[in-house]
Design a protein around this ligand. Structure first.
Ligand code: ARG
Ligand code: ZN
Length: 476
């Protein structure tokens, strides 16, 4: 039988029924304890995320072997938002050997992914049960061979193993391929990483290193700490053979770059030229969006490929080369996408349309670079009968979240808006959007409302044409 998300939810409640008996609903003086949902409620990825709690912090102790094995101990600090008899974490392709809640061994069940490869749940029986508002430490000991996981479109993502290391890029719901997680952008948390690898390899995660790496018995341990709230799709812990370069950005912002030794020739020349521009790019985007939102920045350039780059928080990852426009794009995502994140995956144009438009703005500052209008015109020149215009940008469908239109029509939407409301209002809008929504999640409706407020205009027709109509807007 096909395991739909609904079946997973049903299976999870059956498991929970087998657990310790809950207080009878309504029995005198006893709260109602429920089984936390195994769904975070995302319409495209219902198996991602969970209900009944909010994570504050992930402490991830990861050990990687050259044969591709990953062993982990995750300490998840979470606060119950409901009275819970059981709750779940997303985890797939890895086997759990122990769970403890506040240090006490807990009963648990693992539910496999559905036939579509999505999902995978670790359901934990809480004994004692968790009362709403209380904070707990959930320890999960697990391990296995992640191999090369793929997303709903068949692209490599998550913990992707290569012969010389690991490239980690979770978007949209690949984090459960390497740690137990509440895998929805809404539940941001801080992270500590302790990553042990064969001596000679380097492990790079989000945030900043803590102390110097230590080596014993041929294994080296790296500590990283990310203190800014972070969505799980933006976590990374990439492993490889890197050359490190440190630069300083505006206001002494540390920029920590890591380029794998297998990046050579033209790819290396291009990469080095792009990375050298990061301080100037940060300065430029500070002006567009307001101050850079995190404690550090820098890039990870892998010599293997997943065919794309990802804006992993504070430290984007690149496949084989980092071009100037891609570096500008991934950097812009730190403001639009990472600090201000989409509430659901249907809203991904709030990431990609904005980062693409920011990239257009950077290009326009460069000698001989195309203006925003010229870049808009190139998109508008796509013939009206092209499939490109059939994508509904603000709801592109599960398989359409990375469609070209989400990027380019999304950016064109912002240019059309800028043309309509003028540069001054558009500039205010971008800054207010990022400042007022820092470290949280947003919807398209939030953006439309702010655009109308800042401009004092009714922008219904413009947004309907550009974001919600599967046709090329007329009259541009
Ligand atoms: N968010 C990334 C970027 O625009 C792209 C991720 C693409 N992922 C994929 N599976 N195709 O920089
Ligand atoms: Zn992007």
């Amino acid at each position: 039988a096909r395991r739909t998300a609904a079946a997973l939810v049903a299976a999870a409640s059956l498991v929970a029924v087998a657990g310790p008996a809950s207080a009878a609903p309504g029995s005198p003086g006893s709260p109602r304890f429920t089984d936390g949902s195994t769904s975070g409620g995302d319409p495209y990825f219902p198996a991602a995320g969970n209900g009944g709690y909010d994570v504050q912090h992930y402490g991830l102790d990861l050990s990687w072997a050259a044969d591709g094995r990953l062993d982990g101990t995750a300490v998840v600090t979470l606060t119950a938002t409901a009275d819970l008899a059981s709750f779940s974490l997303d985890l797939r392709g890895l086997t759990v050997s122990a769970v403890r809640v506040d240090g006490k061994p807990a009963r648990y069940t693992q539910l496999p992914p559905g036939e579509d490869g999505r999902g995978g749940e670790l359901v934990v029986q809480a004994a004692p049960k968790l009362r709403a508002g209380t904070t707990h430490e959930v320890t999960v000991v697990y391990g296995g061979y992640p191999g090369q996981p793929t997303d709903a479109e068949g692209a490599l993502y998550g913990w992707v193993t290569f012969p010389d290391g690991v490239l980690v890029a979770n978007e949209p719901e690949g984090a459960p391929t390497w740690f137990p997680v509440n895998d929805v952008p809404r539940d941001k948390a801080t992270y500590d990483f302790r990553i042990t690898v064969p001596e000679g390899k380097t492990a790079i995660a989000n945030g900043e290193p803590v102390g110097e790496p230590t080596t014993t018995g041929g294994r080296t341990t790296f500590l990283w700490r990310a203190t800014d709230p972070m969505a799980s799709y933006l976590a990374t812990a990439s492993i490889g053979d890197y050359t490190a370069t440190t630069r300083l950005g505006p206001d002494e912002l540390p920029i920590l770059d890591f380029v794998e030794t297998g990046v050579t020739g033209d790819a290396l020349t291009t990469t080095q030229a792009s990375l050298a521009l990061q301080p100037a790019m940060i300065d430029f985007f500070d002006g567009v969006f307001g101050p850079y939102p995190f404690t550090s920045f820098g890039s990870i350039v892998d010599d293997d490929t997943v065919e794309y780059a990802l804006e992993t928080q504070t430290r984007p990852v690149y496949s084989q080369v980092a071009s100037e426009t891609t570096v500008a794009h991934e950097l812009a995502h730190q403001w639009v996408g990472n600090s201000v994140s989409p509430a659901t995956w249907a809203d991904i144009w709030l990431n990609e349309g904005f980062a693409t438009y920011a990239q257009w703005m950077w290009t326009a500052t460069r000698p001989g670079g195309a203006t925003e209008q010229e870049q808009f015109d190139a998109v508008y020149a796509i013939p009206a009968d092209d499939e490109f215009w059939s994508v509904v940008v603000a709801d592109p469908g599960r398989e359409g979240i990375f469609a070209d239109a989400v990027y380019d029509r999304g950016a064109a939407t912002l240019h059309a808006l800028r043309t309509e409301i003028g540069d001054a209002a558009f500039g205010d809008l971008l800054r207010r959007w990022v400042t007022e929504n820092a470290d949280s999640t947003v919807t398209t409706a939030d953006f439309v409302a702010l655009a109308e407020q800042v401009s004092g205009r009714d922008l219904d027709a413009l947004f309907t044409d550009w974001l919600y109509t599967p046709a090329r807007p007329a009259g541009y």
